[in-house]
Design a protein around this ligand. Structure first.
Ligand code: PLP
Length: 385
């Protein structure tokens, strides 16, 4: 199998699985219990919290566990707006993940005003538009650090500079950035930052939100005292243990991973561009995460390519996993100005720690032939792009 959909989810690192199995067998205590088997688990949970805090340049008390990257995004946005009762304006980019976009859409129906910052043809946000969108009622700006479909990296430091001049809080969805490029909350200057475990070789169903100390925010889930009363519910201890271990390994391996996977991605990019006529690269040539490669194959339906690749055990995506089963054109590809038929011809390949040179050999052997054969029988115009 050649797995090239690491932006959708990553395989569990075997070392993470080992740590989780050991924990499952040895510990069942509730971290809220005061006797030793509970205290031991609380300590393990806080060790994971500390590891994650350190990796983000935050302090331990600023990390809150959630059920996913999606929940972290919801918590950040709804929590800040709920606490800022008199400020009802929100600014996001047009290419946010649905976790942010749909939250903003929902808030609009409740009377909040949302400004959508447009992006250029490479997926970079328009900073002048953002500056002009700021009002005295703006409570929060939420701009993702790296886009899941294109890999384009946004100038978050510039965003926080603008926000600081107006006393506005900034949230960034770093779900796709974390583990691939430096993510440091102090360097970025953000107040809130979302990450998710299953994108970094950890288990699914566990995420975290960094909340800068002193930030006024309301809880998303009410109940018991867990997570300092910010996210009630008995902790997903097994998920937390796996997440902590995945982050520990990330720290140990990230520079090695980066060098190796960057090289694989460069080879794949060059190979696609040299061997397949008339492909169109979607994204930014330099301000991007190299591990995400999105191309349009004019004259074809992406789904046909995806299915043909799947028959060869090569797994890719036609967009973000969340929009996979929808008929609609990706909002990200529309936002960068692609016509619907070009957007519908686009395939995303996303690499990760476990990809090999052989994977790239296989793709570069199979893909050009698949595209050539499909184009021969396609009713669509290859030159119309
Ligand atoms: N934000 C971005 C940029 C993502 O790519 C994803 C997942 O695809 C999410 C948020 C949602 O994370 P989760 O799957 O943990 O809910």
């Amino acid at each position: 199998m050649v797995y090239l959909d690491n932006n959708a989810t990553t395989p569990l690192d075997p070392a993470v699985a080992d740590k989780m199995v050991h924990f499952l067998r040895e510990h069942f205590g509730n971290p809220s219990s005061l006797y030793p088997i509970g205290r031991a688990v609380k300590e393990i949970v806080n060790e994971a919290r500390g590891t994650i805090a350190k990796a983000l340049g935050a302090s331990q008390s600023e990390i809150f566990f959630t059920g996913s990257g999606t929940e972290s995004d919801n918590f950040a946005i709804r929590g800040i707006l709920d606490a800022a009762a008199d400020k009802k304006d929100l600014i996001i980019s047009a290419i946010e993940h649905p976790a942010v976009l749909q939250t903003a859409n929902h808030l609009e129906t409740k009377g909040y005003k949302v400004s959508y910052v447009p992006v250029d043809e490479h997926g970079l946000i328009d900073l002048d538009f953002l500056k002009d969108a700021v009002t005295p009622r703006t409570a929060l700006i939420s701009i993702m650090q790296a886009n899941n479909e294109l890999g384009t990296i946004q100038p978050i430091e510039e965003v926080t500079k603008i926000a600081r001049e107006h006393g506005i809080r900034v949230h960034t969805d770093a779900v796709q950035a974390f583990g691939k490029i430096p993510v440091n909350v102090r360097d970025l200057g953000v107040d809130l930052l979302s990450i998710s475990s299953h994108k970094i070789y950890g288990p699914k169903g566990i995420g975290a939100l960094y909340i800068r100390k002193g930030t006024q925010i309301s809880p998303l889930i009410y109940g018991g005292h867990q997570e300092r009363e910010m996210r009630a519910g008995t902790e997903n201890t097994i998920g937390i243990v796996g997440f902590g271990e995945a982050v520990r390994i990330l720290k140990e391996q990230s520079s090695g991973d980066k060098k190796r996977v960057d090289k694989l991605a460069d080879r794949l990019k060059k190979g696609i561009e040299e061997t397949i006529p008339k492909v169109k690269f979607n994204g930014h040539e330099t301000k991007r995460i190299k591990w995400t490669l999105n191309y349009a194959y004019p004259g074809l339906e992406a789904e046909a390519i995806l299915l043909a690749l799947a028959t060869k055990d090569i797994f890719v995506s036609t967009g973000s996993a969340c929009s996979e089963d929808s008929e609609d054109v990706s909002h990200v590809l529309s936002a960068i100005g692609l016509r619907p038929e070009i957007a519908r011809s686009s395939i995303r390949m996303s690499l990760g720690r476990f990809n090999t040179e052989e994977d790239i050999d296989i793709v570069l052997r199979e893909l050009p032939e698949i595209v050539e054969n499909l184009r021969k029988i396609s009713a669509l115009d290859v030159d119309d792009y």
